[in-house]
Ligand binder design. Sequence first.
Ligand code: SAH
Length: 232
Amino acid sequence: MSNVDHSEIDKFSALAHRWWDPTSEFKPLHAINPLRLGWIQSITNLQGKRILDVGCGGGILAESLSKAGATVTGIDLSSKALKVAELHQLESGTSVRYLTISAEDLAKEESQSYDVVTCMEMLEHVPDPSSVVQACAKLCKPGGHIFFSTLNRNPKSYLFAIIGAEYILQLLPKGTHQYEKFIKPSELAQFTRATGLEVIELKGMTYNPITQIYRLGSDTDVNYMMATHKPQ
Ligand code: SAH
């Protein structure tokens, strides 16, 4: 049985042609990308590293990792999003290898192959996030780093990420996120520890709707990222 919700993939496929339009539904991903890239670089050097980006979509993070000097593979189950990612490379000149495959299936073929694995804004769209975390751990070389980001689950995150972002500010299309699929940092930490990873940093990300600026900090109530390390 595969760990995929096809209605989620269809949602992203339907919007895929707008992935690189910075004013589109993907505006928040464009806005947070420099922040998350900088945070990853504050934890590990990317130059010359082999990186896997799981659930890469149109390639916003994957391309930036490649521009930072890494050799990048991006995987996703939306072949439409990957086609857009491939097309965009004609413009950007990057050479990310894009594959339509799940993390679980790639883990059977390329275990312990990557220095760094990133899996951002993806876990809240899959039926069994712990299975993706486990696959990411398997794909990572011992001594490597794995970075996750997702949405916390509490009344404030319901208010901000669904009511605020989808209904009031209309940053995201209605129905982008389902509250039940949000993941508490303690749950994500549990998934990572269950597969032998060590949590090294938890970082919150906040959005100010007045200034329209995203910031990193200690507030993990809504959006957050988690850095983990695979022991040698
Ligand atoms: N990680 C990218 C894109 C996030 S959007 C970024 O942060 O910029 C979420 C992506 O997850 C979409 O491209 C969607 O197609 C993908 N996705 C959802 N379920 C998936 C699954 N089971 N396996 C692989 N990718 C999946």
